[in-house]
Design a protein around this ligand. Structure first.
Ligand SMILES: Cc1cc2nc3c(=O)[nH]c(=O)nc-3n(C[C@H](O)[C@H](O)[C@H](O)COP(=O)(O)O)c2cc1C
Length: 174
């Protein structure tokens, strides 16, 4: 059976709640969910579809505070692992009203760090239905992954998660 891994950071807020919603869309036994700090990276090759989820908390943070960002530690560890043939998808939390110039920028970081030779990046998502002016997490009319906004559009989250995970399942053949 094909296996799904959901990794998220941080804990106790919107990201964790969204990650659990993503997890619940898969059949029992098909998916595992961990916060990125608790996950043993050597196990990542057990999975066929790897889903990463996080929030954007300040454009500067990702670039400048490398050592203080749990994702960066994960990205450095995963560089030594052969992920060729794996499906990789992302979801990102952000606030399009307070941060319209940097809405879900972290999706761009996920893409830059994870989409390397041999990985199959899936789960891009249309920018239609969102109001923002700029994002490192999008190109043209597509986000690099599912964009969620628990601050401004919480009522849309369940439907978005359902549609997005249906797309992933179809692509991976789950
Ligand atoms: C200090 C701070 C900076 C933020 N910067 C951004 C940003 O640059 N872009 C964005 O889309 N959202 C930004 N947000 C909004 C968060 O990403 C959003 O509220 C998210 O749902 C928080 O997830 P959490 O509850 O798991 O921490 C910021 C929030 C905070 C508190």
């Amino acid at each position: 059976m094909k296996k799904v891994l959901i990794l998220y950071w941080g804990k106790g807020g919107n990201v964790e709640r969204a990650a659990k919603k993503v997890y619940e869309m898969f059949s029992p036994g098909q998916a595992d969910i961990f916060d990125v700090v608790s996950f043993d990276v050597s196990k990542i090759t057990d999975y066929d579809l790897i889903i990463l989820g996080g929030s954007t908390v300040g454009a500067e943070l990702w670039a400048d505070v490398k050592d203080d960002n749990e994702w960066n530690r994960f990205f450095r560890e995963v560089e030594n692992v052969d992920l060729s043939g794996k499906y990789v998808a992302f979801f990102g939390l952000g606030d399009q009203v307070l941060y319209p110039d940097h809405y879900v920028d972290a999706l761009g970081v996920f893409k830059d760090e994870m989409v390397k030779a041999g990985v199959k990046h899936i789960g891009e998502w249309p920018t239609e239905g969102y109001r923002f002016t700029d994002s490192d997490g999008a190109e043209g009319d597509r986000f690099f992954g599912l964009a969620l906004d628990e601050d401004r559009q919480p009522e849309l989250t369940d439907e978005r998660v359902k549609k997005w995970t249906d797309i992933l399942k179809k692509e991976v053949g789950l």
